[in-house]
Design a protein around this ligand. Structure first.
Ligand SMILES: NC(=O)c1ccc[n+]([C@@H]2O[C@H](COP(=O)([O-])OP(=O)(O)OC[C@H]3O[C@@H](n4cnc5c(N)ncnc54)[C@H](O)[C@@H]3O)[C@@H](O)[C@H]2O)c1
Length: 433
């Protein structure tokens, strides 16, 4: 069974299905189709399916022309039906794993996808979970669910976990040149999953179990969260001490060993860094262990938007203005540079707090034409000089590369740069984090 599936994969005869065509699923589909596999894409959102069928992309990193290219191969089949799983040899799950309102893991999407796979599971299939989750999900939840079919993993079907490392907006590290960790629930499953990923990714890193692979992702993202929190605290310390944090980081970065540069900012956002460490903390809590680093890092990072608002308030106070009635422009609302994703973006918290204080709020983001904060709809404004000069302060929250920062500074408006995008620019109207 295993050798047959490996042969199918190697000869590109295997049919691949990806469940969840979002930021993770769509780039994966693109690589499988380009490689030559017939690839089914399943999503519960009919709007996304319609977009793809019309050759349009909804992800900044993938152009419309790239969607058209994969559709034109005749090997990409986007749809909403799970029926196609009957024909699939490899099924990859890339559905969301958010936090619930009580900040506990919500793996209902993963379990819904697993339930749907169960309806079509047959011998000789490989199932890989890529959604970020806590250690044990694949082995303790997905595996028993699939085995309700009467089939056995490692014998009749194969099951693995492989964390996704995609970094939206990164022009250097794309899917094929980012090493991929793979861990099966048994050695046979690892072998099959490694074979599949080796066909589209330059370096595959097998590990001894699905649990290890799950933990790898959580270590990576907890590492980022903790280090960002540390440098955010250093930024607050530097502002109290009247020291330029950015200069400190650059100088510390000249140490050739034992130091790695992280940068402070207005907070953390996106689907991963603010969320993933809580998956680990939650799992540990069920085992009576309190993950203190995770809690503290989260506390510091989530307090950054408030720190930014306090700094804005102080800056306005210095020019004799209250926040109430002040015209404030937020530059960049996506959670990071050059992407259109606003999930968990600190800009939303900052805007919400300033709105509550009665500011007259505007924003500009070339990637986000409009969105809703606190029930109010905002639209990205044009940056003409007359408008800029009428502002009390402009706050750079996200450092998109296609915003005319120099021109904004030249209008004389007070600019609060939380990202050091104005590095090297000297002007009396610039305030830095
Ligand atoms: N975005 C990232 O940068 C990133 C990086 C690494 C890992 N991850 C992880 O990958 C997973 C997916 O993240 P994403 O950013 O791609 O999310 P996303 O919201 O962009 O995409 C998920 C898609 O799954 C669909 N979906 C939900 N339930 C479904 C179901 N039962 N059947 C079919 N489709 C379903 C949604 O409609 C959506 O289109 C998450 O676990 C996330 O933590 C994300």
């Amino acid at each position: 069974m295993k050798d047959l599936l490996i042969d199918k994969i190697r000869s590109l005869k295997a049919r691949v299905a990806v469940i969840g065509m979002g930021y993770v699923g769509l780039p994966l589909i693109q690589e499988f189709v380009k490689k030559g596999y017939y690839t089914f894409g399943i999503d519960i959102d009919p709007e996304k399916v319609r977009f793809l069928q019309e050759g349009r992309s909804y992800i900044t990193d993938i152009k419309d022309s790239e969607i058209q290219e994969i559709i034109q191969t005749g090997r990409f089949f986007p749809g909403t039906s799970y029926e196609v799983l009957e024909e699939a040899d490899a099924i990859i799950i890339t559905v969301p794993t958010p936090l619930s309102k009580t900040r506990d893991p919500d793996i209902s999407y993963v379990m819904a996808a697993t339930e749907s796979i169960l309806q079509h599971l047959h011998r000789g299939q490989l199932i890989v979970l890529e959604s970020t989750t806590y250690p044990g999900t694949t082995e303790e939840l997905v595996k028993p669910k699939l085995e309700e079919s009467g089939l056995r993993s490692g014998v009749d079907f194969f099951l693995a976990y492989s964390p996704e490392r995609i970094n939206p907006g990164d022009p250097v590290y794309r899917l094929p040149n980012t090493p991929k960790v793979v861990g099966g629930v048994d050695p046979q499953s690892t072998e099959v999953a490694v074979t599949l990923y080796q066909s589209i990714i330059q370096e595959v890193v097998p590990v001894s179990s699905a649990k290890v692979a799950e933990m790898v992702k959580l270590l990576e993202n907890t590492f980022r969260s903790v280090n960002i929190a540390l440098v955010n605290e250093m930024a607050i310390a530097c502002s109290i001490l009247g020291i330029d944090i950015w200069e400190v980081i650059e100088a510390a970065g000249t140490k050739p060993f034992g130091f790695m540069k992280f940068y402070p900012g207005p907070g953390i956002g996106g689907h991963c860094i603010p969320v993933d460490p809580h998956y680990l903390a939650w799992k540990l809590k069920t085992l009576n262990y309190n993950a203190r680093f995770i809690e503290l890092a989260s506390e510091i990072n989530t307090s950054m938007p408030r720190h930014i608002v306090t700094r804005v308030q102080d800056a306005l106070n210095n020019i004799g203005r209250p926040v109430k009635g002040s015209k404030i422009l937020i530059l960049g609302v996506a959670y990071k540079r050059d992407i259109n994703d606003i999930r968990e973006s600190p800009a939303l918290d900052i805007m919400e707090m300033l709105r509550e204080k009665g500011a007259k709020l505007f924003y500009h983001d070339p990637y986000v034409p409009s969105f809703v904060v606190g029930g109010e709809r905002f639209e990205s404004t044009e940056l003409n000089d007359e408008f800029l000069k009428s502002l009390d302060i402009a706050v750079i929250v996200t450092d998109h590369s296609n915003v005319p920062y120099d021109r904004i500074v030249r209008t004389g408006v007070l600019v609060f740069d939380t990202r050091n995008v104005l590095k090297g620019v000297q002007a009396p109207n610039i305030l830095r984090l």
